[in-house]
Write a protein that binds this ligand. Structure first.
Ligand SMILES: [Zn+2]
Ligand SMILES: [Zn+2]
Length: 278
């Protein structure tokens, strides 16, 4: 089986209202793209920050910029008008775990994806003049990588999530940013341990192939370490348009097979089971 759970029904752009994107016709376009690529399990995971209710969790300027839609209308649409699995991409916000838990517990998800787009208030991959960036303080790359992976470990341990998304997102800028001097496995190890202890799955995402870094998330060393530790793997494309569903899955499946992965995670009502890969 192939899966694609980390899928957005619209681009991260202005003028993408739910009336136009949360429609049976649009869901059908994603379903058709998935069928063409042999993907049986398809789920959607809208960004938490696109919903007004997210401001009860955090009021970061990036979230305030985007929070316009009603999360319950989104859930009702996916459940009642589509055959897609219902998920959400809920950024980890350190110190706001209780509020995040309240937000998540109020709805019945098939899976909850945790991502680290912020290390405290500083953005990892979101550029803009109105907020801090992890690269903006002149910290050494090693310090930035360490803090990113510590936050990933904290997120996993929060118990809020089923899947940790794009686990080495900090590498997104590739050679456009200085690289850490230490072997990055030094930073991966505590995060892998945290995911293992928390019982969450790790995502293999093809989104990194569309970014400056031009690699899968995670890269081979982190994937090997995770597989070696026995972490279950969830496969996704992080598509934002139907044409990106299953994006470069040939590369993803090859990387998984090389790493010795034989099964993928499948989720329903936050229960996880494993199905043979392929
Ligand atoms: Zn993300
Ligand atoms: Zn995403």
């Amino acid at each position: 089986m192939l899966t694609d759970y980390h899928v957005h029904l619209r681009p991260d752009e202005d003028d993408t209202p739910p009336e136009r994107y949360f429609t049976p016709g649009n869901a059908e376009r994603y379903r058709e793209a998935a069928e063409e690529r042999g993907i049986a399990e398809l789920g959607v995971a809208e960004h938490i920050h696109r919903f007004t209710q997210s401001l009860q969790v955090w009021e970061h300027p990036w979230w305030r910029l985007w929070a316009r839609d009603d999360v319950d209308a989104y859930c009702a649409f996916v459940r009642e008008e589509t055959d897609l699995r219902l998920g959400i991409e809920a950024d980890y916000v350190a110190g706001r775990e209780n509020r995040l838990a309240t937000f998540l517990e109020q709805r019945e998800w098939d899976f909850v994806i945790g991502s680290v787009h912020f290390v405290r208030d500083a953005a990892v991959d979101l550029e803009g003049p109105d907020w801090e960036h992890v690269w903006g303080r002149g910290d050494r790359p090693d310090r930035i990588w360490q803090r990113y992976f510590e936050t990933l470990a904290e997120a996993a341990r929060s118990g809020l999530y089923d899947i940790m998304a794009h686990p080495d997102l900090v590498k997104v800028w590739g050679s456009a940013r200085p690289q850490p001097e230490r072997d990055p496995r030094h930073y991966y190890e505590p995060a892998v341990e945290a995911m293992l202890e928390a019982g969450v799955a790790m995502e293999l995402s093809t989104a990194g192939l569309r970014k400056p870094v031009g690699e899968l998330y995670p890269g081979p060393a982190l994937l090997a370490m995770a597989v070696d530790a026995g972490l279950p793997i969830a496969l996704s494309s992080d598509a934002h348009v139907p044409g990106q569903v299953g994006f470069r899955y040939d590369d993803a499946v090859a990387a998984l097979r090389d790493a010795g992965v034989t099964e993928l995670c499948v989720f329903e009502r936050r229960e996880r089971r494993l199905e043979p890969l392929g």
